[in-house]
Design a protein around this ligand. Structure first.
Ligand code: ADP
Length: 491
């Protein structure tokens, strides 16, 4: 047999990706296909489940063709996915009952308000906040609004799953109805501590337990493929994790205090807390993650709503930039922002403020303020917002951060990463492979079937560049105080 390889499927919000890796963890070939976004009403966002599945097969086919790889070489499969997105399908016909309700969908805002009194219990059991973002109220909405689905659910014919479960079910020809603990921890239905479905939450949201998938660790033998699309029967699926947790693992953050930040449209920050389940006092989420063996651990999570999107705003709405990449050169053309701050609270502020009514502002302007100062202030705002989450994580956990690993589209910006290092007072580490989500899924799968050892995984994590902090503590304190004063005005 020619050399075996590992397949990672990354089904994301904007598209589906497939990656084939060799034993050294190098990408042999990849495929990508965008998916259609459906907006049936303001605030609603849906995906077509058949398209999620169809594009997944398509990108696998594409990667195999590009790499001229025979599918019989695929040793195992790992899956990572957009989290929280909710599907219900018919076990008999195999057809979805409804389009997938995407994590961004806000249709269950009122439902969340109706449960407001129960929020402390929800927080205690699930580690999450009551927000339309998570799957639980989306399932409740489907069961309330589609009577035929409700009766199919009661009779055990309906199956619920996040995107990973849906793909697993289809890949195994309907044999495996399962998920991993990281995806399950985003549903509002999991008892985070025990890693099992919570009877109390099922009762609260009136979800029949018989529709739920089995929950397993992220590295686990979930099932084997049926002969589907380009794939032959019998390939084991041995790794599953939600996208952020897969990235945390792909970045090698498996020891308490290790954290990663993904800089994209928004930022997603996760800090590994190991066996310690830490409840946040600063509005962060507590979530399931993976330890070095792909077994369940815990993490603290926070997100910045507007990060790279602030650069898009400068480019598209203010016309201050032609391309995002110019922002680095322009920011570096001035020594500082001249006292200007941009607080991009365009959609309110998340942790640690949680103020949906906050709005964006630019302050500290003088006659001398130029385009470069504003561009610099926008980039700095990404780092300031991330820093506030990092400090909240440190305060909640009592763990001092050692280093911050970074990925996402905006980490090409060296100015941003140097400023982040200066502000955080810890080294910021950019890996050579920045597609850490797919890599994490592949690694979980490879570990699950003995294709790779934990030492092999460590060898794959090559560093591209380390940004070392240069500021004194007092300079950091001053910079942050200036930012906080600006935020107070936005609240
Ligand atoms: P997502 O996965 O959220 O769609 P990406 O990881 O592809 O986002 O990153 C794209 C975001 O990063 C955009 O918001 C863009 O403005 C920002 N971005 C891309 N390149 C740079 C850069 N060189 N400097 C600053 N921001 C950038």
């Amino acid at each position: 047999m020619s050399k075996p390889c590992l397949l990672a499927i990354d089904q994301g919000t904007t598209g589906s990706r497939a990656f084939l890796y060799d034993r050294q963890g190098r990408v042999l070939a990849r495929g990508y296909q965008e998916i259609r976004q459906h907006f049936p009403r303001p605030g609603w966002v849906e995906h077509d489940p058949e398209e999620l599945w169809g594009t997944t097969l398509q990108v696998i086919r594409r990667a195999l063709a590009r790499g001229r790889i025979d599918p019989s070489r695929i040793y195992a499969i790992g899956i990572t996915n957009q989290r929280e997105t909710t599907l219900l399908w018919d076990r008999k016909s195999g057809r979805p009952f409804h389009r997938a309700i995407v994590w961004q969908d806000r249709r269950t805002s009122d439902l969340c308000k109706a449960f407001k009194a129960d929020e402390p219990q929800v927080r205690r059991v699930t580690g999450l906040v009551l927000d339309p973002y998570f799957s639980g109220t989306k399932i409740a909405w489907l069961l309330r609004h589609l009577p035929s689905v409700a009766s199919a659910a009661r009779s055990g014919r309906a199956a619920f799953g996040t995107v990973d479960s849906w793909l697993l079910w289809r890949l195994t020809g309907g044999k495996a109805h399962a998920t991993d603990v990281t995806n399950a921890s985003r549903t509002l239905l999991l008892d985070l501590k025990s890693g099992r479905w919570s009877e109390a939450m099922l009762k609260m949201f009136r979800v029949p337990g018989c529709i739920l998938p089995e929950v397993h660790p992220s590295s686990h033998r979930f099932g084997k493929t049926a002969a589907v699309g380009p794939l032959p029967a019998g390939i084991p699926i041995t790794g599953i994790a939600g996208d952020q947790q897969a990235a945390l693992f792909g970045q090698g953050c498996t020891e308490p205090g290790e954290a990663k930040n993904t800089y994209g449209t928004g930022c997603f920050l996760l800090m590994q807390t190991g066996k310690r389940l830490i409840r946040s006092r600063h509005g962060l989420l507590t979530t399931a993650a993976c330890d070095s063996k792909g077994q369940p651990s815990f993490a603290l999570e926070g997100s910045v709503f507007i990060a790279g999107a602030a650069i898009q705003w400068l480019r598209d709405e203010l016309g201050l930039l032609k391309k995002a990449v110019e922002s680095e050169r322009i920011a570096l053309s001035v020594p500082d922002t001249g006292g200007a701050y941009l607080v991009p609270a365009f959609v309110g502020l998340g942790a640690p403020y949680w103020n949906p009514e906050a709005r964006g502002l630019i302050c500290g302007l003088t006659r001398g303020t130029r385009r470069a100062h504003l561009v610099r202030a926008a980039l700095e705002s990404i780092a300031y917002q991330s820093q506030e989450l990092l400090s909240a994580m440190e305060r909640d956990s009592g763990i001092r951060l050692h280093a911050l690993r970074v990925d996402g589209g905006a980490v090409k910006n060296n100015f941003l990463l140097q400023f982040q290092a200066d502000l955080a007072g810890v080294p910021v580490v950019r890996p050579r492979i920045i597609e850490t989500t797919a890599l994490g899924a592949a690694q979980l799968a490879g570990l699950g079937i003995g294709f790779w050892s934990t030492q092999d995984l460590a060898r794959m994590r090559a560093v591209d560049r380390i940004f070392r902090p240069r500021w004194t503590g007092s300079r950091r304190g001053e910079a942050l105080a200036g930012w906080k004063a600006a935020v107070r005005r936005a609240l």
